[in-house]
Ligand binder design. Structure first.
Ligand code: GSH
Length: 207
């Protein structure tokens, strides 16, 4: 049994999708970023960075970082086939894409959404403009990969990494017109969004 601390439309959506796909039992604790719940003293005891998501597992085991949660759940529930096994070569590409998305694309998006965290007020406009260009360039490379080797990041095989690509693609202000500009990204996200488990997650995130 797991508990996922989450906030609608946030970085919790991909780990939420991984949990829903895994078939594991879990409950959700709403921790709204907009309402400041990530700064509450009780929550900071679990995640001192004051970010969502955070996962709590049996015995009070606590895990933060969305990609870590995704890998942990995928490995603990192998029957759901959310990641290639440790002995498969595709495991390397699974790591590659997950880390790329969360270590390169997502930080550029955070600079776009929170320019005040990296620059003083006089530079915020240019920080956002640079981030927008970087984000589009990164999607363009992902799109080229998917066009040549898709429809999923690992080719014919769906994985938890696709849930991250889908989640980041929904942060559309950071890449206006993403689905028109990058059709192979759209193809991947349409496939992900059509999955029954992800439809359930999307419904909650949209409420
Ligand atoms: N690297 C972290 C980033 C998490 C993150 O930045 N979450 C945002 C929501 S998308 C958050 O909680 N923001 C609240 C804040 O920064 O105050 C992860 O992937 O889990």
């Amino acid at each position: 049994m797991y508990t996922l601390y989450w906030s609608p439309g946030s970085a919790s959506m991909a780990p939420h999708g991984v949990l829903e796909e895994s078939g594991a039992r879990y409950d959700l604790k709403l921790t709204s970023v907009d309402a400041g719940a990530t700064r509450a003293a009780e929550y900071l005891k679990l995640n001192p960075y004051g970010k969502v998501p955070t996962l709590v597992a049996e015995g009070g085991f606590v895990l933060f970082e969305s990609a870590a949660i995704a890998m942990f759940i995928a490995d603990r529930h192998p029957a759901a086939k959310l990641a290639p096994g440790p002995d498969e070569m595709a495991r390397g590409h699974f790591y590659q894409w997950l880390v790329h998305l969360t270590n390169t694309l997502q930080p550029a998006m955070l600079r776009f959404y929170y320019p005040e965290r990296v620059a003083d007020v006089s530079a915020e406009v240019s920080v956002k403009a640079v981030a927008l260009e970087e984000i589009a360039a990164l999607w363009s490379r992902i799109d080229a990969h998917l066009a040549a080797h898709g429809p999923y990041l690992l080719g014919a095989r769906f994985s938890a990494a696709d849930l991250f690509a889908h989640m980041l693609s929904t942060w559309q202000m950071s890449c206006p017109g993403i689905y028109e500009r990058f059709p192979a990204v759209k193809r991947l996200t349409d496939l992900v969004a059509a999955r029954p488990a992800i439809q359930r997650v999307l419904k909650l995130n949209e409420e």
